[in-house]
Design a protein around this ligand. Structure first.
Ligand code: 5AD
Length: 421
């Protein structure tokens, strides 16, 4: 989501992007507020640009994204070297804001939720890139008690179907082969009587689009209509990221996740009945206020029962204004205990992921080649249908193509293989 917004920011400015802050006329730090750590990172990276502003006061420095929305005006006071504060909904206003700053030398805060042109700026697309994101929704209507997203991104607004399809088709015309639809609860998307399954079916009709992914799905909004579309549309990749957050019904209820452990497990079975080789990844929060040893054991037992392909797990972080931050005032889990639980869960996941990766040795996977491998330019890198990174030896002309690769090695975060010719 943030990567997508950063690319929209690049386009909103119609300027040449540079990675060198010394050369830049405008520096924007796009931020995430989901956990406290992310929020602190924003402040430390802005601090780094203080001396650049001191040397060259004509440089424009701004903060955008969820931290900008959360603290607003206070950021201008806290950091005298920044010129503007821009909320995530306000990206379409960026170019106007920059012109005003240049003209009037006035510092600005734009954090309104009522921006009509919400989807107007499409993201910058790097020439030759074969994968791209398309936003289908902004904001969130769920009210998970730990989550700051509804506060910083506002209520759910769904993008019209035609707009989504037009942006997708444009990207495909530029050579994109794989689209990932993104939204906070992407499968809650609905518009004018259409539901998410209809969006997938419509995207499946776009010529030359080879792969469709979407993230992040909300368990409660997995419907038969959606599963049927995933099954029927051949371009839909057989991987789903489905955050469960906890395996304890008591904790799920305090999180207001609106489903039970049993319901989640049943949903996975329905998905596997329809698409037997589907892989599932998840997000877990450890140490939610009041999480007992027993609750944590329930989460561990869910991990064993489902055996997720991979999982992202986080220690609970109290976010300002959320209900769970209030629960934490009375019921916080001892941080050492939470850390020990997190380590145990992550170690368990490592074993499962390693085992699953190893079990793919000898199989032939279809890989969409995205580019050279980051660590070794002799190797190409791409993803399997199941969203695993697969590196193999090959020449650059294969970039952008779908090829068959035989898996020879299963590492923790990736696979290695050999091109099948
Ligand atoms: N503390 C810890 N983790 C959180 N997440 C969201 N809010 C919090 C929080 N307050 C995690 C959830 C979500 C992922 C994007 O971040 O697991 O799925």
């Amino acid at each position: 989501m943030n990567e997508y917004d950063s690319d929209r920011i690049k386009n909103a400015l119609d300027a040449e992007p540079t990675d060198d802050p010394k050369k830049a006329d405008i520096i924007i730090v796009n931020t995430c507020a989901i956990r406290e750590k992310a929020d602190q990172k924003a402040f430390s990276s802005l601090g780094k640009y203080k001396h650049l502003k001191a040397k060259d006061p004509s440089k424009i420095i701004g903060i955008s994204g969820c931290v900008a929305q959360l603290y607003g005006e206070a950021l201008l006071k806290k950091m005298p070297h920044i010129d503007f504060v821009l909320g995530p909904r306000a990206i379409p206003k960026l170019s106007k804001i920059i012109s005003e700053i240049e003209r009037e030398k006035k510092r600005t805060v734009e954090t309104s939720y009522d921006i009509e042109e919400l989807f107007e700026v499409e993201p910058y697309h790097q020439k030759g890139k074969v994968t791209a994101f398309v936003s289908v929704q902004q904001g969130c209507n769920k009210r998970c008690t730990y989550c700051i997203v509804p506060r910083v991104r506002g209520d759910e607004v769904n993008r019209p179907l035609d707009d989504i399809l037009r942006e997708t088709a444009n990207l495909v015309n530029k050579g994109v082969k794989e689209i990932t639809f993104i939204g906070q609860t992407v499968n809650s998307w609905k518009e004018n009587g259409y539901k998410f399954g209809d969006l997938i079916r419509a995207a499946g009709e776009i010529d030359d689009l080879e792969r469709i992914r979407f993230t992040t799905s909300y368990p409660r909004d997995i419907t038969k209509r959606m599963i049927d579309a995933m099954k029927d549309v051949p371009q839909v990749c057989h991987h789903l990221h489905l955050p469960v957050q906890s395996g304890s019904n008591r904790v799920l209820s305090k999180m207001k996740r609106t489903y039970t452990r049993e319901w989640y497990i049943d949903t996975i079975s329905r998905l596997k009945d329809a698409i037997p080789d589907i892989t599932i990844s998840t997000d877990i929060i450890i140490g939610f206020p009041g999480e007992s040893d027993n609750d944590f054991e329930e989460t561990m037992s869910l991990m064993r029962e489902i055996e997720f392909e991979s999982s992202y797990s986080f220690k609970f972080s109290p976010r300002p204004g959320t209900l769970a931050a209030d629960f934490a005032k009375e019921d916080a889990v001892d941080p050492h205990k939470a850390s020990a639980r997190l380590t145990r869960l992550q170690e368990y996941q490592k074993d499962i992921t390693a085992r699953k990766n190893e079990s793919r040795i000898g199989q032939i996977e279809e890989v969409l080649v995205e580019g050279e491998s980051r660590n070794d330019s002799e190797f190409l890198s791409g993803r399997t249908d199941h969203n695993r990174i697969l590196n193999f030896k090959g020449t650059k002309d294969l970039i952008g193509k779908s090829v068959k690769v035989k898996v020879t090695e299963g590492l923790l975060n990736s696979l290695r293989g050999e091109l099948v010719v």
